[in-house]
Write a protein that binds this ligand. Structure first.
Ligand code: BGC
Length: 736
């Protein structure tokens, strides 16, 4: 090494600042500090009765005997009375992970369904998530809602998780940056957004009692880091705590998560609302919970008269009660929902908003395989479209996040029994039929459709056509995990048979997460469309015919087998009944999830540690053009490189920068990313700021970086990495 390089390395070491994050771009940061001053003044004026108004909410839905729904409430997930004497508005809450939720059509209005969280995340585009959040917030505001239960950011620790489709990714940086942007978008409408479910809510099986074991450092470097970055980027007014237990405590009564990490270590000033039916008792208030949501779902209303009585006799409860009010008011004032109230009855431009949904779907579609069959020629003469209800619409994930347009689902397939939440657990389809969009894109073609129930019939049609497009669906819902990662309903056999009959077989997947593809070698192309939302059919056709050049990249690893996972078996899945409300079966409330197996090595980090080869790696996605990544330089905590389009058509690339080794130890961590659009022959220089927490260990109460060489590489995904660039850094340690 020359003297000059030594000097450069020394400079790099001194220039590493701690911690630096990208600034929020699109909206001014929410001013929590001055809101807190106002909130403190309001709390001083509150009577003892008023102090338990904001601390609990109800579910304004006609499912609960004895519930009187206040006239000014809006049917939805939650309602919290206001305090008119003090100018404090009521809180009107709706689920909104993917749009203003449908709640079984009970409100008789409709909303714009964005594609699933995974689809959004596959865009790797923070600006797009901001636009989606802003769109949802604007619709919510026009319906009179002022609190959105949005911002789902649990990492994908188990690809079988039934709610994987609602969440974003398996990586803390990607998840945190994207969720932060979405929350900024929501809150740009003078609306409070949550970030949820805090924390380590990695499965639906036994979700109300599964007890997660994880070392604090591992949690801080993974799931908690996703929340931490999301909160810094998005400034959500509220955090929704989770159903699961952590180290034996319910998430919504975890002193460690709520008091120590969220409020003390991170200094966050908003309020913690419970998940619905997640409050074990009044002592949760001392452990950091500020508001009991949907109290009919809990064993009792703990945060009303019970809390008031506690506060009258116990100074610890009295102090907490003041703090709880201060926090709810801080969020209200910071979002401005008292001074700029929501405007129920405002007309919504659904056509414009559908454009946001369509653009999101297009940017999230991932091309997984292409032997040249795609893009399809618009002059194609005959196309056989098979399966997946492609004649009817596109698949949606189910549960509290389900969104539908005013006309409701195009089709519903019951799987929810007949309970109060049955409608939330049925498979349903948005009114955006891929078949229609394919016909529109290839007007000269004879396009036939077979539903795929009879393989011989589908094969016959496939033989007669130039191209066969098989739509294969995997439905997921809140409240239920997948038993494995196969495609249900015999679709694997259908695809294999069609592929044997027609060499130009293209598979379009609509899945809520990773699936196995036993037929992969036999088909010409595979397109992962996820749950593509309100205009999914149009987005899929646009990619198939090359009007959109696919630029999505996998935000999660697709494993090659369940044996590759940290927990090949999902404990409890054989004896837990599907149940949206998730109450334990009598005597069966002991279930453990050991996250120390993988620790903070979630997803691709686990695969790298084990040297296991996935079916498709994190970050993977093909294009109709080709790209090169060059000129990587790392100086201080800034990385620079150039992305170039070396092919013949315009397309989007995603620069992905990984840490590949640290102080002599192999490591695999995404440290930065940027999506760019490039014309043929075009190049773009990218500059990224590296957040040192991504490189660090969390131990002994703080972050630390070991001294030594840090090697970085650009990847087309987490497995295919370019040449490494090494910098030498001094040891450092710092607190949050
Ligand atoms: C879900 C939350 C949701 C709440 C209100 C719960 O079952 O876990 O994500 O916000 O219901 O609908």
């Amino acid at each position: 090494m020359t003297r000059r390089t030594h000097l450069a390395i020394a400079l790099a070491a001194t220039a590493l600042t701690v911690p630096t994050l990208l600034r929020a771009q699109q909206a001014p940061a929410i001013d929590m500090a001055s809101a807190e001053i106002r909130a403190t003044a309001t709390v001083k004026q509150m009577t003892a009765d008023e102090k338990v108004v904001l601390t609990h909410g109800m579910m304004p839905l006609p499912f609960f005997p004895g519930t009187v729904i206040p006239a000014e409430a809006i049917l939805g997930a939650g309602y919290i009375h206001g305090i008119p004497r003090l100018g404090v508005p009521a809180l009107t809450e709706t689920d909104a992970s993917l749009g203003v939720s449908w709640v079984g059509g009970i409100r008789k209005d409709g909303a714009t369904a964005l594609p699933s969280g995974l689809s959004q995340a596959a865009s790797w585009n923070t600006d797009l998530l901001y636009r989606g959040g802003a769109m949802i917030g604007s619709e919510a505001r026009a319906k009179g809602f002022n609190v959105l239960l949005a911002g789902g950011v649990n990492l994908m620790r188990d690809p079988r998780n039934g709610r994987t489709f609602e969440y974003l990714a398996e990586d803390p940086l990607l998840s945190g940056m994207l969720v932060g942007a979405a929350i900024r978008g929501v809150q740009s409408n003078h609306i409070i957004s949550t970030i949820k479910h805090f924390a380590l809510n990695g499965q639906e099986t036994g979700r109300k009692y599964v007890d997660v074991k994880i070392d604090e450092g591992a949690a801080r470097e993974s799931d908690l880091l996703a929340f931490q970055i999301g909160i810094e980027q998005g400034h959500p007014g509220s955090v929704m705590c989770s159903y699961n237990r952590v180290h034996g405590e319910q998430g919504c009564a975890s002193d460690w998560l709520l008091n120590k990490v969220l409020k003390q270590s991170w200094g966050w000033k908003g309020f913690v609302m419970s998940d619905w039916g997640a409050v074990p008792g009044v002592q949760a208030a001392l452990n950091g919970l500020d508001q009991q949501s949907g109290a009919q779902m809990d064993p009792a209303l703990f945060f009303g008269d019970v809390l008031k009585a506690k506060a009258a006799s116990d100074p610890a409860y009295a102090a907490r009660l003041d703090d709880m009010n201060k926090r709810v008011l801080t969020a209200i004032y910071a979002a401005g929902i008292d001074r700029t109230p929501a405007t129920p009855g405002t007309a919504i431009d659904f056509a414009k908003n559908a454009g946001v949904a369509e653009e999101t779907a297009k940017q999230g579609i991932v091309l997984l395989k292409n032997n040249g069959a795609l893009p399809l020629a618009k002059s194609a003469r005959s196309i056989a479209v098979i399966g997946g209800y492609a004649d009817t619409g596109v698949l949606a994930g189910s549960g509290s996040s389900l969104v539908h347009s005013v006309d409701g689902p195009a089709a519903t397939r019951s799987s929810g029994g007949d309970g109060a939440f049955a409608a939330l657990m049925s498979q349903s389809y948005h009114r955006s039929a891929p078949l229609k969009a394919i016909k529109a894109a290839a007007p000269a073609a004879t396009v036939t459709f077979r539903d795929g129930r009879y393989i011989a019939d589908a094969v016959e049609k496939a033989k007669q056509a130039e191209v066969a497009i098989v739509f294969a669906n995997e439905w997921r819902t809140e409240g239920l995990d997948q038993p494995d990662l196969s495609l249900p309903d015999g679709q694997d056999a259908l695809i294999a048979a069609v592929a044997a009959a027609n060499p130009n077989t293209i598979v379009v997947l609509q899945t809520g997460g990773p699936v196995m593809m036993p037929w992969l070698d036999k088909v010409a192309a595979v397109v992962e469309a996820w749950y593509p939302g309100a205009r999914g059919g149009e987005a899929i056709a646009s990619v198939l015919f090359g009007d959109t050049n696919p630029g999505g990249r996998l935000p999660v690893t697709f494993p090659a087998s369940l044996e590759q996972l940290p927990r090949p078996r999902l404990d409890g899945s054989d004896w837990v009944e599907p149940n949206f409300a998730g109450d334990p079966a009598p005597g069966k409330d002991q279930l453990h999830a050991d996250y120390d197996i993988e620790g903070s090595d979630v997803g691709y980090r686990w695969f790298a540690r084990k040297g296991a080869k996935p079916l498709f790696p994190f970050g993977f996605g093909l294009s109709y053009t080709s790209f090169s990544h060059n000129g990587l330089k790392v100086a201080g905590n800034t990385a620079q490189f150039t992305l170039s389009n070396t092919g013949k058509v315009k397309g989007d690339d995603v620069g992905q920068l990984y840490l590949v080794s640290r102080a002599g130890q192999p490591k695999r961590r995404l440290v930065g990313f940027k999506r760019v659009t490039l014309v043929p022959g075009g190049s773009q220089k990218v500059s990224l700021t590296i957040d040192p927490r991504i490189l660090a260990d969390w131990k002994d109460g703080g972050w630390s970086l070991p001294a030594g060489e840090y090697a970085f590489a650009l990847g087309s995904d987490a497995e295919n990495l370019g040449p490494a660039v090494t910098v030498k850094w001094a040891a450092r340690a710092w607190k949050d």
